[in-house]
Design a protein around this ligand. Structure first.
Ligand code: GAP
Length: 436
């Protein structure tokens, strides 16, 4: 049964090395987080699962990696300097600060309960401003990107020229984005520093709706393929008053978080908004010339955009489970094997030196292909429990018989079923159980 209690997952993450509060020895730093040894591996797996589906398995999408720091011109053109704002109100009674559009009741302070104590809303720009170079004057102003998307638009011609693509084609990117959120909340769900995976899919304008529907379906299936239960997911179209300044239609993939349905990912129809804006502001053409029809046009854009760190919370919440094995309650993360930090744990039955050389040999063999954990301390039952709790799909146990018969035991995380296999067929057996 997936978790409904966020604290259980947060505690597990802290205890086992998935996520730590940042700068903790100094009392923490305003809802920023550090990803520990398991967290760093899982972040990498989430990125790889996305790149695998969005780039590797397709022949129409390329990957780029653009700069985080950018000049004001980009954000002037994209509309972020003027429009990327949230309405901020202060409670004059208890001095707390709120995002007006996120309040259930826009008159009552959720903290002190008083009515009519809010200041007039002020529009607060969410971009982090800094200076590039040693002189802090207007000419040196730079911004940390609030979305990776603009990297794809400003490189549209570069990619077109260097790859000879033609619409429909996509440019994808994975990387950090920064937003000075007024109310970061719900652990890593909304933070000021986060990571995004976005893909701008450029299509002939007449085909835009067809591709929008295609990407909505495609993206929903990605979650299902990675083991997220269907009843925890839904696709919700935005009301017109929710749309971003660039969008003519957006649907969110929503997940049933412990606090209710909330956005995991947005799939937006950006039309030719961005290419037109950058074309006006830069003086570059930024369009596509179709030699077959002799036509020049600005492609429309469909954009699936998701946060890596938000997905991290989503996958852990969906995977968290408790069940009873041999009259004992265990915590188990039923993570999809592609997402699990370690795919296999190699566990010599005893710490005796006699087993170590063979166990290390097995570890090395499996490590050629998979991220492997090695653990030789404590009773075997406790070690299984530890691996269940961090989501390792398979444990391989080396016992004293292994020295004679050259076979080891594979234990499955979800069923706890055990089978004995010869070491020479271990790699193949592990591969077929993991599915890759
Ligand atoms: N380029 C479009 C764009 O950035 P968005 O809906 O603002 O659209 C896309 O962001 C995704 O990025 C969101 O669906 C969410 O998964 C993630 N995201 C946005 N702001 C975030 C934040 N402050 N913390 C964590 N993830 C965030």
């Amino acid at each position: 049964m997936p978790a409904t209690d966020l604290d259980q997952v947060v505690n597990l993450c802290k205890r086992r090395g998935y996520v730590y509060p940042s700068a903790e020895i100094y009392g923490g730093f305003r809802s920023t987080y550090d990803y520990g040894p398991l967290g760093a591996l899982m972040l990498r797996n989430i990125r790889e699962a996305w790149i695998h589906s969005m780039v590797q398995m397709r022949d129409d999408v390329v990957l780029i990696d653009a700069a985080v720091l950018g000049p004001p011109q980009i954000w002037e053109a994209s509309g972020h300097l003027a429009n990327f704002t949230d309405p901020l109100v202060d409670c004059t009674n208890c001095k707390t600060r709120w995002r007006l559009d996120k309040l259930d009741d826009p008159n009552t302070c959720p903290n002190c309960g008083k009515q009519g104590t809010f200041t007039e809303p002020r529009q607060f720009n969410l971009m982090f401003k800094t200076h590039a170079g040693p002189i802090e004057d207007e000419g040196a102003v730079a911004y940390l990107r609030p979305e990776t998307a603009q990297g794809m638009f400003v490189n549209f011609s570069n990619v077109l020229n260097s790859t000879r693509r033609k619409p429909p084609f996509g440019i994808a990117q994975v990387g950090k984005s920064f937003r000075n959120e007024i109310t970061p909340q719900n652990w890593i769900f909304r933070t000021r520093e986060f990571e995004q995976m976005e893909m701008e899919y450029f299509v002939p304008p007449a085909d835009s709706l067809k591709w929008y529907e295609y990407w909505c379906t495609e993206r929903m299936n990605w979650y299902l393929d990675l083991g997220v239960p269907a009843d925890m997911l839904r696709l919700r179209a935005h009301d017109p008053d929710e749309l971003s300044h660039y969008s003519s239609g957006t649907s969110d993939v929503e997940f049933r978080f412990p606090w209710g349905w909330d956005e995991a990912e947005g799939i937006a129809q950006r039309g030719d908004y961005d290419l037109t804006q950058h074309s006006i502001h830069s003086g570059e053409k930024l369009d596509y010339f179709d030699q077959a029809t002799n036509e020049r046009y600005k492609p429309y854009v469909i954009e699936p955009a998701v946060g890596v760190t938000r997905l991290f919370a989503l996958f852990l919440l969906a995977a968290y489970d408790e069940d009873v094995v041999n009259d004992e309650t265990r915590t188990v993360l039923r993570l999809h094997p592609r997402l699990a930090p370690y795919k296999v744990a190699v566990l010599p039955l005893s710490k005796k030196d006699t087993l170590t050389p063979l166990a290390q040999q097995v570890r090395k063999q499996l490590s050629q292909r998979y991220m492997v954990d090695y653990d030789e301390t404590q009773a075997i039952g406790r070690r299984y429990r530890r691996q269940d709790e961090i989501g390792t799909p398979l444990c391989v146990t080396i016992d004293f018989d292994s020295l004679d018969d050259g076979a080891v035991t594979i234990r499955d995380r979800d069923t706890t079923e055990q089978v004995r296999v010869p070491i020479e067929s271990l790699l193949g057996e592990v591969g077929s159980r993991l599915g890759f």
